[in-house]
Design a protein around this ligand. Sequence first.
Ligand SMILES: Cc1cc2nc3c(=O)[nH]c(=O)nc-3n(C[C@H](O)[C@H](O)[C@H](O)COP(=O)(O)OP(=O)(O)OC[C@H]3O[C@@H](n4cnc5c(N)ncnc54)[C@H](O)[C@@H]3O)c2cc1C
Ligand SMILES: Cc1cc2nc3c(=O)[nH]c(=O)nc-3n(C[C@H](O)[C@H](O)[C@H](O)COP(=O)(O)O)c2cc1C
Length: 935
Amino acid sequence: MEKPRITILYGSQTGNAQDVAERLGREAKQMLLSPAVMPMDAYDVAQLPSERLLLCVASTTGQGDPPDNMKRFWRFMLRKGLSPDSLSAVQFSVFGLGDSNYPKYNVTAKKLFRRLESLGARPLVPLGLGNDQHPAGYEAALDPWALSLWPAARQAAGPLPPGVPPPTIDAASLVQLGEPKYKVTLLPPHCPAPSAAGTAEGAPPPPPPPPPPAQPQGHHLRQPHPDVALPSEQSAQSVHVSSASSPAQTPTQPSTASHEAPSAPLPPAAAEWAEAVAMAASFRRVAAAASGCPPQGPPSSQSSTHAAQDSLIVNTGANQGHTIAYGPWCPYFARMLRNQRITASFHFQDTRHIELDLGDSGLTYEPGDVLAVLPRTPPAAVDALLKRLSLDGSQHVCVEPAEHNAATAAAAAAGQPVVAFGTVRALVQGALDIAGASPRRYFFQVLQNFACTELERERLAYFATAEGRDDLYRYNQKEGRTVLEVLADFKTATPTLEWFLEACPLLAPRLFSISSSLRQHPRQAHLTVAVVNYTTPYKRQKRGLCSSYLAASKPLLHDSSRTTTTTDAGGGEHSELAHQQPARTSSQQHALASLQALQQDGTPSNPEGSGLGPDDVPSAGIHQQQCVNGVVGSSHQGSDASEGGVERREFEQQQEALLGLGQGALASHGCFSGTLQQAGGAAQLSGSSSADFDGSHMYQTTTGPGSQGRVGLKAAGDSVVVAGSAPTKEGMHASKVAQPGNDVEHVAVWVERGALRMPPPHVPLILIGPGTGVAPFRAMLEERQAQAQATSTSGTAGCTQGAPNNSASPAPCTLFFGCRSRAADFYYGQQWHELQDQGVLLPPPDGLVVAFSRDQPSKVYVTHKLREHAACVWSLISKNGASVFVSGSAQQMPANVVSALEDVAQEQGGMGKEEASKFVRQLELTGRFCVEAWS
Ligand SMILES: Cc1cc2nc3c(=O)[nH]c(=O)nc-3n(C[C@H](O)[C@H](O)[C@H](O)COP(=O)(O)OP(=O)(O)OC[C@H]3O[C@@H](n4cnc5c(N)ncnc54)[C@H](O)[C@@H]3O)c2cc1C
Ligand SMILES: Cc1cc2nc3c(=O)[nH]c(=O)nc-3n(C[C@H](O)[C@H](O)[C@H](O)COP(=O)(O)O)c2cc1C
């Protein structure tokens, strides 16, 4: 029987609306309809008038904005020329996802519903609105909405063939499984890749094919972007098959210059990761095609939530005459240069300053852009999953859509059949989120079909139904339960690989604002990453997948102290990095080298310090030493597995080897202080330890009262503090040491457009960025610094204070930063002061305004400070045409900033309440008030 078609379009920024659309797709099948599910921007809008049944699922993002992957569609819908009856044949409904904490609650869905109606489309059921603030999440509204939708949709689809009973969706049908979406073929060990012709429906399992055509080196991992002409042999599939099927070939980074020799191969650990990412990219094409999404746009835009054309920045380069593009699921593997904790070791929040090497990728970005980072699931978690599902990670697997549909036919016709091929391990590692995201309700629905005990079956079935929704929310989402954890709780339920692939959340990139200016740090991107770490209602400790991965990753450079020379401008830093001492192999050599460097030169190599974090000022730790006589005795508070990219244990071993201490002598230590005893080539310490030992601090001597951390070890008899904070900015010794080994992390990244766009240099900036919200503002201020440097070298003095000007001299800025306390989390404190000294920030008291919320009895936040500095804020906005940018937590902060600005307009501008609110709205409409917020 020919099933009536239903088109289900979604606009989704972080994946929720996509999940809803896919759920509706599954339910549509149960209703004997034929669904096609795709992002709105992948849909051919010319087809809209000929649709009969249309469902739209749209979230709202930013400050009331449509998600990136529906922006093009939405622009089309807003065209004035569309006739009011153009969609009169269409019956539709819309479900929105939003959060009532935002002032523009669910506006995207509301506007879309109204617009479809105004073009003549007829609603099947009223608009449904899911709200994150509901104790049971958006599903609380989705369940009843869907229940009312299906009978209406079925009726609108026309009569059923005679004898076919009307389908229903009830509790029983919710726990039944239909046909799986994927066909999975596990290949015998060592079976080579299938041919690029792939296996369409009905074809026999993939036979051992001839090896794929050789790829030009340096391209193995690239997926093409459709806007960029690629040589035909670089089709997504052949590229993928090549990488996955040729383990002997080591994947390489592409290089951009056509005359260049192929880039150096990636180290084995990175190559394995790159192979997993390539597998994920192929799998996403398969997933999209299996949902009926035609093969248009970049492979990832069909399923990636971040892949919209509008936000997509395709960086192209050339390699051996071929153009290459980096974008969603075609990442650049950026070597991690630095990974430095910038919160005090006693502070609960671990925040990292990360520096990535963009090498010769040609990747570029503007201040305000964000970096999409693919989290790398820890190998141990992948192993656990493989064991739990009784899978052999080294076995090759072929995944393709189970059903032939218009999308697979179109792909085959275009010579790009959709099939993913690689090892099971690569598939799990690259494509699936098993250790980060909480599974959706559908996961429980699938799992219950595989449970082997009545108890597990009953519990899973309950979770899969609307009645169990609140309990599921409490057990699952509120607890941040991961797929691995759920599988551990339901021990007898072991789904097959095809069902697991269908139900497991896909690995999604995480976004981080870029915190550097390319002009100040050529070929680098810096990030300021707060490691997600929270306690659940049941007191389980949870950590974010991507931020933990970044924090635990090994960088190329290890600072021998906390401070670094990150403020170098004009490329000096890059070349400096390139001339690092070659890495030593043994930890003892490494540690000795560090010590020798200090012994040879007691003068700080970076007298300025970098001002990255609060340990640039006297920290509680160094003043609270609880020294005990002898070698050990400690109460180290911070329990991070890694500091500055060096595993704590590894560092301890270096220390122990170097200092001639017994194994474990420094284990679970605090600060060590004592006396240097030079013995042969080695150094020995005796003394006492205290509570601020930190793996990223090495060998600073006490040469007199108040001078801790000032000079390196010099001679036997010097007293030593193995710990450290620099009390003054002159006091830090920061020698950079290249890490040994080739296990330096290569982070899979691409650049996306952020919400904040920097205005021309003559526009003053008011930057409001509490916590890691300050990240994009570091990029903007560094950019202004570079602009000022450029104008000063061309004859014009630094920043122009006060009045707007049309010269090339950048206008001054003011930064409102908020954190807990000066000692704990004043990120980049010293750098802000330097920028102020240079005139990039206005002079005190208005240029750098910091709200240390806990440094006084009553809490103080950036919004209080905005009101305190109302006169300056108002003058900059009303007289100097300043732009106001806000970045950081989405919870209350943006709305509070709006209220504070309204108060300022009332107090300083003499406006009434309504006028002030219109004024701020006008700033927003003219692009002079922009927010980048995340939850
Ligand atoms: C445009 C943009 C720019 C961003 N820039 C930055 C930046 O510069 N620096 C930065 O650190 N972050 C930034 N973020 C936020 C960052 O992307 C997220 O924090 C991301 O989820 C971290 O990834 P993860 O894998 O470590 O955490 P995940 O594994 O994704 O875990 C995050 C999830 O954990 C849960 N969670 C977190 N905290 C709590 C809590 N207290 N209680 C209950 N549940 C909780 C939430 O469900 C949350 O979605 C940005 C986000 C966006 C959208
Ligand atoms: C950065 C950010 C901005 C948001 N802005 C809004 C908003 O303006 N209005 C709203 O109703 N919801 C807003 N939300 C809530 C989302 O719409 C909600 O979390 C939704 O479930 C996300 O769906 P998605 O994953 O499909 O994008 C925002 C969420 C985030 C993370």
